[in-house]
Design a protein around this ligand. Structure first.
Ligand code: IMP
Length: 170
């Protein structure tokens, strides 16, 4: 398979800065809990949090839906839960890429059951073609129509996560 650059590192970092600015001003005076969905979110999460200008708490959750292929299996299981309480707290879910929306929908419900003050979604990439769940991405980095992306945390079969830019795999 071949990879073709889609979003350069500099473009990603300036978008991350923009998202961090929006979140910081929307949550001014608050201390949101940022919950990252592992593993793909790691670099985005770390860059985003460090560009924010307000205090926040961080935690992580992990769900498995993708096997080793490029399509979702549909079945979602939580393999790591958050550890800090979120009741009455403003929560922002941080996701690398939203595809069908199944993972986010599942995680959103699990978190909603714990009575947070609010939940918003921040995703670096919103991939629209295969969306079959209604998901509102409150903070969106890039919208793309289709394609399987790798790099900046995104993998194919656990490969390519380390690449600083985002590529499309063909
Ligand atoms: P969804 O449940 O179909 O929305 O899938 C979300 C998860 O699938 C993401 O958190 C990624 O881990 C993975 N995923 C979806 N599309 C891609 C892609 O283009 N490249 C790499 N991983 C992807």
């Amino acid at each position: 398979m071949e990879k073709e650059i889609l979003i350069h590192q500099e473009t990603i970092l300036s978008k991350v800065k923009e998202l961090a600015g929006q979140i910081s001003s929307d949550y001014a005076g608050k201390e949101p809990v940022l919950i990252g969905i592992l593993n793909g979110v790691v670099f985005f999460f770390a860059d985003l949090v460090r560009e924010m200008t307000i205090p926040c708490k961080i935690d992580f959750i992990r769900a498995s839906s993708y096997g080793s292929g490029m399509t979702s299996s549909g079945a979602i299981t939580l393999t790591k839960d958050i550890e800090i309480p979120i009741r009455d707290k403003p929560v922002i879910i941080i996701e690398d890429i939203v595809d069908t929306g199944l993972t986010l929908k599942h995680i959103f419900k699990r978190l909603e059951d714990r009575g947070p003050e609010s939940i918003r979604i921040c995703a670096l990439i919103n991939k629209l073609e295969r969306r079959n769940e209604e998901i509102i991405v409150d903070y969106c980095g890039f919208q793309i129509k289709e394609g399987f992306l790798i790099g900046y945390g995104l993998d194919h079969d656990e490969q390519y996560r380390y690449l600083p830019g985002i590529y499309v795999l063909r």
